[in-house]
Design a binder for this molecule. Sequence first.
Ligand code: C2E
Ligand code: MG
Ligand code: MG
Ligand code: MG
Length: 287
Amino acid sequence: KNAGKNQVTVFDPDMRAARLEHSRLTTGLRHAISRQELTLNYQPVVDLNTGGITAVEALLRWNPTGDKPVRPDVFIPIAEETGLIIPIGLWVLEQACADARRWYEQYGVYVTVNVSGRQLRDESFSEAVLAVLRRHELPEQALVLEITESMLLATTSAETQRLISVLAKLREHGVRIALDDFGTGYSSLAYLRTLPVDILKIDRSFTTALTDVDHRQRTRAFTKAIVELSASLDLRTVVEGVESDDQASMLQQMGCPLAQGYLFSPPTPAARIDDFLRIAPWQEAAA
Ligand code: C2E
Ligand code: MG
Ligand code: MG
Ligand code: MG
């Protein structure tokens, strides 16, 4: 990026291909909403003690017409760079709230939606969120916004304070905030003291390392400490990326109440969430 104008890298075929691909995706993404190429999948958040579904996380999928699906790790950064994340983020909120209404009304299951820094910085963000909830007649308690600490860091401290006050305002209305990918940033613990959050999502890298031969002892001690700290701060703890029974039972023993991961279900279309909720055995037991 900082290379001079006459650098040979300008003609590097790999870079040229990457740049073409990037602009092709950017053009495609501009039409993704109108061409109805966006969908949401939902991943259950499971109560480790009962096995029941407590919440679902909305995860965006993009299937360009006549092309193979593009991964969120690839298109979300492009959407952020171009500002397209503003309309796309609104689309996600609308769709997630439309789907969440029946889940919340019938089963008390809430929906969590990932939010980008760019969206949070938008002046009209909190009003837009509250308007979507009103439009779908969904109580504020049915929605959780997932943020990351890096979203708040990449800016001046005055701006950080402003973003925190936007979150605090939404929270006063009853919308809850989850801190996503916890443990991957470098100031995680310091942030926990001051951020207006309700839910802590422990990053998948901890879960993976729980059963990793090299690091498991330290990881277990560390994870248990986070779970306990989180509980003593009255935060709900969710652990991400649970793939095995071993990991699930270890986390349950540590007192971690909630988990997400392929062990329970990958992100899946809304219709399958309806099926899960309808046939859930604990639902009959509770009735
Ligand atoms: P995230 O919010 O941390 O979401 C969790 C990611 O982990 C998802 O990837 C999910 O499919 C994956 N995952 C869940 N369980 C497991 C597991 O057991 N093992 C493994 N290996 N992976 C698991 P996905 O759907 O590809 O999304 C990637 C990231 O893209 C998300 O990370 C989030 O940061 C972002 N993203 C997705 N949807 C949206 C959206 O609507 N808006 C915004 N701003 N970002 C989004
Ligand atoms: Mg998330
Ligand atoms: Mg995460
Ligand atoms: Mg993540």
